[in-house]
Design a protein around this ligand. Structure first.
Ligand SMILES: Nc1ncnc2c1ncn2[C@@H]1O[C@H](COP(=O)(O)OP(=O)(O)O)[C@@H](O)[C@H]1O
Ligand SMILES: [Mg+2]
Length: 367
């Protein structure tokens, strides 16, 4: 963590016309280090965000920022053309450094960037109501819609093969064969389940390869705490966390929302009887997403909406399982078998989705 003195130094590197009063760590989000800084500017209180990029996850901060600048600029232009109000609450506004760069590199080699602080909004860790599910899905859908005509070149792949489920599957089979930690015996049922699902692994990859579904610009981290909701109206104002924005399949974003919001339980719930896909949540997710994306989403994409929840949940499940078998090197664990527990909840959710998949898709088709 950075202290006030260091933060003061960092804050001076950006084009901010105020005096720093204080800065505090923002506890939401686990990837970057985010500080909320309060300034006195012309006699009034103004806030900015200073954020340190996690270079452990994002090996090429330059590419991350080039994507970031193009994406936010494009959305801003769109909002201006539409005559939207409160544009600095509807898209993240990057504050340049004194020499007009998007980041400042400090003497530790850390990269810092600054944003206008979006006021009057709140972020929540978990979706609690169907209305919030609608808002979240609408916000991420709108984000895709705003970027559907981003001019070339293609965005950088900030994390290559992020959603390549075939590679994830191969990693699992390798980990099973190697059994480096002698854990396969304790995960026999889960491994069996995972391997039995192999037929679904290539569905999106093949559809994209054959041109049946197009490549689009996707957010890739559609957690609810990346949506800022207006305090007064509860409406989604804007999405944050744009580091993983890259070329992908539109349904990755939707599928991950199904995974993270339709079950009322945490990712590592031990009581599997509680892990269930709740249809009312799904319906509002689908409604919000379709309302925002109907202008561009193709028939083929629509037909895979229910399936996307199953595939993404399954893929995360096999990643947890692989990590368990490989000695817990990627996902942080807080107890023995933690990653195995996480894999189990994902697989339970996969089963639940599968049971309701037809009903889910019928609902989507009716929209
Ligand atoms: N411009 C902003 N205005 C207000 N709050 C912000 C802003 N940018 C980020 N935040 C807050 O900081 C949190 C973490 O930022 P985020 O970019 O999502 O980082 P992480 O990758 O660590 O999740 C967000 O969930 C949001 O609550
Ligand atoms: Mg975040």
């Amino acid at each position: 963590m950075y202290n006030q003195e260091q933060l003061r130094h960092i804050s001076k590197q950006f084009q901010i016309y105020g005096e720093l009063r204080h800065a505090e760590l923002c506890k939401i989000g686990h990837i970057n280090e985010t500080y909320t800084a309060t300034y006195d500017q012309g006699g009034t209180k103004v806030r900015y965000v200073h954020q340190k990029i996690n270079q452990g996850v994002f090996r090429k901060p330059g590419q991350v920022m080039r994507n970031f600048v193009r994406v936010t600029r494009h959305i801003r232009q769109k909002l201006e053309q539409e005559g939207a109000d409160q544009i600095t609450r509807r898209v993240i506004t990057l504050v340049p450094t004194l020499d007009d760069k998007s980041t400042y590199r400090d003497k530790n080699g850390d990269y810092w960037r600054s944003f206008v602080f979006v006021e009057g909004v709140q972020t929540y860790e978990a979706v609690e109501t169907p209305r919030q599910a609608y808002q979240a899905a609408h916000a991420f859908g709108l984000f895709q819609q705003q970027l559907v005509d981003l001019p070339s070149p293609r965005l950088h792949e900030t994390i290559p093969n992020f959603h390549n489920s075939r590679l994830r599957f191969q990693a699992l089979t390798k980990a099973v064969e190697a059994d480096d930690f002698g854990r396969t015996a304790s995960a026999r049922k889960e491994i069996e389940f995972a391997l039995k699902q192999e037929k679904i692994v290539d569905v999106f990859l093949n559809a994209m390869k054959k041109g049946k579904i197009p490549e689009r610009i996707t957010h890739n981290d559609t957690k609810f705490n990346n949506v800022m909701l207006d305090n007064e109206t509860g409406e989604a104002m804007c999405v944050v966390d744009l580091d993983t924005v890259m070329p992908g399949c539109a349904l990755y974003d939707f599928g991950d929302m199904v995974r993270t919001t339709t079950s009322s339980t945490l990712e590592d719930e031990l009581d599997l009887s509680k892990v269930q896909m709740r249809l009312p949540m799904f319906k509002q997710l689908a409604r919000g997403y379709i309302d925002a994306t109907s202008s561009f989403l193709t028939k083929a994409e629509r037909s895979l909406i229910a399936f996307s929840g199953k595939l993404i949940t399954y893929t995360i499940g096999i990643r947890f399982l692989t990590d368990y078998l490989s000695g817990d090197t990627y996902f942080r664990v807080h107890r023995p078998r933690h990653n195995l527990d996480r894999a189990r909840t994902q697989f339970k959710l996969v089963e639940s989705i599968e049971r309701k998949e037809e009903t889910m898709q019928k609902f989507v088709d009716s929209l």
